[in-house]
Design a binder for this molecule. Sequence first.
Ligand code: FES
Length: 75
Amino acid sequence: AFRQKSPKPSPLVNLKVQKESSKVVNMVDIEDLGDKVCYCRCWRSKKFPLCDGSHTKHNEETGDNVGPLVLKRKA
Ligand code: FES
């Protein structure tokens, strides 16, 4: 019986952030951090490098389980 191959998943992690750059690097001064900030680790955020919640849709669509890096100042 003919079995159709499932499409290969993209080998790329970054699908659309600053594709004109050879490498995406984000620098943040520690002194400028507020009490809490969430950085994107799924590369799907429209506010990259900040998390905008897009990881939820990505996880639902792919079965992935990624989420943000949360930096939080001790209370
Ligand atoms: Fe990418 Fe939340 S949007 S981790």
